[in-house]
Design a protein around this ligand. Structure first.
Ligand code: HEC
Ligand code: HEC
Ligand code: HEC
Ligand code: HEC
Length: 391
């Protein structure tokens, strides 16, 4: 296995010692940092932020310093085979080809790529090292599950089944479990059962939030479909059995009455809703006549999926979203003066309906969707296929 060239092995010990000091240090810096990175997102509340990558990055501890591997060895091994893991090495460290082209078009210096840059928001994970935000790895656990550090961060409490002595999961009291999970979610942890926020974190990076970048030739969006893109190289459902990668999060399977089929159906619908919401949030901010149609097309495609869902298995929430969105199709592709307020409001509306959908459904009533869901392939990147699937 090619070791990660990013310097996080080297910084790990200093980070571990440094961490308590660093936490204090960053807390005093965080407001400027957060606004420097994400000016447009300041209005959004914690729950309505689009992606974990857009949260204040000072909460990232990193896979090494967070010791994730000690308790999640199979998850870490799976992650190390993904392009997420490699992304900082291949897109930020090497200043060549399209990296160079995009960075130069945006006036980003090579020396900033591995620090706090637009590019490292999506191609890496950042933490404060020696008082400065630096890239510590590629797209990491915390990019999807939320930054875990800080004084009240979720890292130390997410795995503790009892205050003082080590007890196994099966002996945790239900009151303790309830409190622990509430604390973790309050601290920003995006847990596996939280399909909506996980999907939003994916789209937060897979739909680009910068018009200049798209104008420079960077893709506006991936051909992302939540069910298939989360069941290929990304899948790491080893919590209950580290030798078996389950079809759905194993801890969720063990603690809810849900099945993998139900979860796929929920992911399919929530994925389409999240795509529409995030595409419209980006569309709200877009002015460039080349970029607007690309984002509009993405929203229209998500609406197409919703139409299919409503045709096969109609639900109050997806019908409500289609009813609010469909009248916009007439102007979606053309920039209008009041775009920002119009699309932001519709996106908020869709977010509300999606949260309701997640509350009101568990997938058991959505079997009618199975014929279109079951044909979705598990998605693997070309790099992954070449290295691990075709021998
Ligand atoms: C000391 C052991 C330990 C360490 C270190 C640890 N974890 Fe965990 N983790 C656990 C345990 C135990 C659970 C299962 C918790 C439960 O039963 O609710 C878990 C669960 C999780 C979950 C799934 C939660 C859910 O309900 O779906 C995620 C995500 C996670 N850990 C991420 C991480 C990350 C990221 C790191 C490193 C920054 C990390 N963990 C470090 C022990 C650990
Ligand atoms: C909003 C998130 C986001 C930002 C910001 C971002 N990227 Fe990307 N980038 C992606 C995603 C997602 C992909 C993969 C797209 C796909 O193929 O599905 C990608 C792909 C790439 C690729 C490979 C494909 C190609 O076009 O050659 C390069 C190179 C790249 N990015 C460089 C950069 C650079 C340099 C910057 C900063 C100037 C940057 N990216 C900013 C998300 C982002
Ligand atoms: C912090 C930003 C970020 C988040 C969050 C994120 N991704 Fe990615 N993802 C990327 C980037 C960047 C690439 C492209 C890597 C490269 O080529 O440099 C990528 C590539 C991928 C690929 C490989 C695609 C291909 O064909 O090459 C898959 C699959 C994928 N992501 C799935 C997901 C899923 C599923 C989620 C949510 C559960 C997610 N990603 C969340 C940034 C992100
Ligand atoms: C690209 C986003 C992404 C990254 C990166 C990521 N996860 Fe996850 N994680 C998910 C998703 C999505 C699920 C739920 C999977 C599903 O629905 O099949 C999940 C599920 C989990 C679970 C629950 C598994 C179970 O069996 O219950 C744990 C534990 C976990 N992740 C830990 C980690 C650790 C540790 C890392 C880093 C080594 C990591 N994750 C990196 C998105 C991500």
């Amino acid at each position: 296995m090619k070791p990660c060239k990013v310097n996080w092995f080297a910084i790990r010990s200093s980070l571990a010692v440094f961490f308590s000091v660093v936490t204090l240090l960053i807390f005093s810096q965080s407001p400027e940092r957060a606004s420097a990175t994400t000016p447009a997102k300041n209005k959004q509340s914690q729950t309505d932020r689009v992606s974990a990558a857009e949260a204040p990055p000072h909460k990232f501890v990193g896979v090494q310093a967070g010791d994730c591997k000690k308790c999640h060895p199979s998850e870490v091994a799976t992650w190390m085979k993904t392009v997420h893991f490699q992304s900082a090495d291949i897109r930020l460290e090497k200043f060549e080809a399209n990296t160079k082209k995009y960075a130069e078009a945006l006036g980003i210096k090579q020396t900033d790529l591995m620090k706090d840059s637009l590019c490292s928001n999506c191609h890496g994970s950042k933490s404060v090292v020696n008082g400065q935000l630096q890239v510590i790895s590629g797209v990491s656990c915390e990019s999807c599950h939320g930054g875990s550090g800080g004084k009240n961060g979720w890292l130390n409490r997410h795995q503790s089944y009892h205050q003082s002595m080590p007890v196994p999961r099966t002996q945790e009291t239900s009151a303790h479990r309830k409190q622990r999970i509430a604390d973790c979610e309050k601290a920003g942890m995006v847990r596996a059962p939280d399909i909506y926020n996980i999907a939003k974190s994916c789209f937060g990076c897979h739909i680009v939030n910068n018009e200049k970048l798209v104008a420079a030739g960077h893709k506006a969006a991936s051909a992302f479909e939540f069910v298939s893109w989360s069941s290929g190289e990304i899948r790491h459902n080893f919590q209950v059995d580290k030798n078996h990668n389950a079809a759905a999060p194993s801890l969720w399977l063990a603690t809810s009455n849900g099945t993998a089929d139900q979860r796929r159906r929920m992911k399919f619908v929530v994925g389409a809703l999240a795509q529409l919401e995030v595409a419209l949030r980006r569309r709200a901010e877009a002015k460039n006549p080349v970029v607007v149609p690309q984002l509009a097309g993405l929203a229209a495609a998500a609406n197409g999926k919703l139409a299919q869902i409503n045709g096969m298995s109609p639900n109050a929430e997806t019908l409500a979203v289609a009813a609010t969105f469909t009248p916009l199709l007439a102007t979606l592709f053309v920039p209008q003066p009041n775009d920002e307020s119009v699309y932001a409001e519709i996106a908020d509306n869709i977010a509300e309906q999606t949260k309701l959908f997640v509350q009101n459904h568990n997938g058991s009533q959505l079997q009618a969707l199975d014929p279109i869901i079951n044909i979705l392939p598990a998605h693997f990147s070309q790099q992954y296929q070449k290295k691990y699937l075709k021998k």
